[in-house]
Design a protein around this ligand. Structure first.
Ligand code: KG4
Ligand code: ZN
Length: 347
């Protein structure tokens, strides 16, 4: 079974060909065109600009992915497209392209939720099979969710952020500290070099003692803002670059602590066999390491699955992989009926 996946929900235009052989996946090609350099100038994604760039990129990206996979449209069995959640003007470009291709080449069309793509990216790209029940920690620029996976396609939301997504908090803290955009990669690059702290910086670990699995990152971001303001008053300007680095490191440690603690508690309570990580923030080394170490130390026989680095952020392989599970249930959609759904909640 060969699936063409298409993803355009935010600022990455992506297409991929994935072949499913039995229960394993072979990623024949995965092409991603990131607009990050364009949006960096503005410190965030400008929807109008993103949509225009998607229009120009989408067909060349699909052409390239077909060529790299040495595949022709006639050999494609299904087309899977991300139709939400995301920016409506960005989603529309991928969705309209997929609809047109499905109609013109008479292919079955599958709509895929972006979050489901991130949930199945770990399994599909690492080659490690999920054992159910499983727990997914989805950490991206728009979502922070702990989802119980009873089986493929059977999901239940266990915990979520009550305010900012963790990726959004990384981006905002980087803005406060003037570390560049996107903030996640900038902060983690800096923190890797900070081995010990010279300044007395301690940020809170929000909601750790609450009985639910919900999280909050907005207060942490504000705490960072005030800590930076106070430290700037206390120390001469020559110390500020080092203060920024230590604050960024402490922020990352706090966010990772919250995510790992919550996930571990949920994994224990729901007796899961697998913990799977997904979304842009799953590229964070501290998160990957600390989660794996905590699970190994505290939970017996629980496996941790993380996506390969190139499949942590938005990509179309994860859309094709998730789409393959909808083939089994014949969850196809008439190309004339599919619409982008920017607020599509998976769970
Ligand atoms: O999944 P994604 O590519 O797009 C959305 O679906 O939102 O996630 C993007 C987010 C951004 O907030 C970015 O700062 C964050 O992922 N991110 C990271 C790292 N790499 C990307 N956050 C922390 N550490 C990283 N290494
Ligand atoms: Zn994403």
């Amino acid at each position: 079974m060969k699936i063409l996946g298409i993803e355009s929900s935010c600022d990455e235009t992506a297409a991929s060909i994935v072949e499913k052989k039995g229960s394993s996946f072979e990623i024949l090609s995965s092409v991603i065109s990131s607009q990050v350099r364009v949006h960096a100038k503005y410190g965030g994604v400008i929807p109008e600009v993103a949509a225009r760039l998607h229009v120009g990129n989408i067909l060349p990206i699909i052409d390239t992915t077909l060529k790299e996979a040495k595949t022709k449209m006639k050999d494609i069995d299904y087309i899977a497209v991300c139709s939400g959640p995301g920016l409506v003007s960005s989603l529309m470009i991928g969705v309209e392209t997929a609809k047109t291709l499905a109609w013109a080449y008479n292919k079955k069309l599958i709509k895929v939720n972006h979050i489901e793509g991130h949930m199945l990216s770990g399994e599909g790209t690492s080659g490690q099979k999920l054992k159910f029940p499983a727990l997914a920690l989805i950490v991206s620029g728009g979502h922070t969710q702990i989802i119980l996976m009873k089986d493929y396609l059977k999901y239940k939301l266990i915990g979520t952020t009550l305010d900012d997504a963790v990726g959004e908090a990384f981006d905002k803290v980087a803005k406060i500290l003037d570390l560049g955009y996107p903030g996640g990669p900038a902060i983690s690059k800096i923190s890797e070099k900070v081995k010990n702290k010279n300044f007395d910086i301690k940020l809170p670990r929000p909601m750790l003692n609450k009985p639910t699995f919900d999280m909050s990152f907005s207060g942490l971001k504000t705490a960072c803002l005030y800590a930076f303001r106070d430290l700037k008053e206390k120390y001469p300007e020559s110390k500020w670059p080092r203060i920024k680095k230590e604050l960024a490191t402490e922020f990352e440690e706090s966010a990772v602590d919250v995510l790992v603690t919550r996930t571990l508690k949920a994994a224990e309570q729901y007796n899961v066999k697998t913990v799977v990580l997904g979304g842009g923030v799953s590229a964070n080394k501290k998160l990957r390491t600390n989660l794996a170490e905590a699970v190994e130390a505290k939970l017996d026989k629980v496996r941790v699955i993380v996506p390969e680095m190139e499949f942590t952020g938005d990509n179309a392989a994860m859309i094709a992989i998730a789409g393959s599970y909808h083939v089994k249930t014949k969850d196809f959609i008439d190309p004339f009926k599919l619409k982008a759904n920017p607020n599509w909640e998976l769970v």
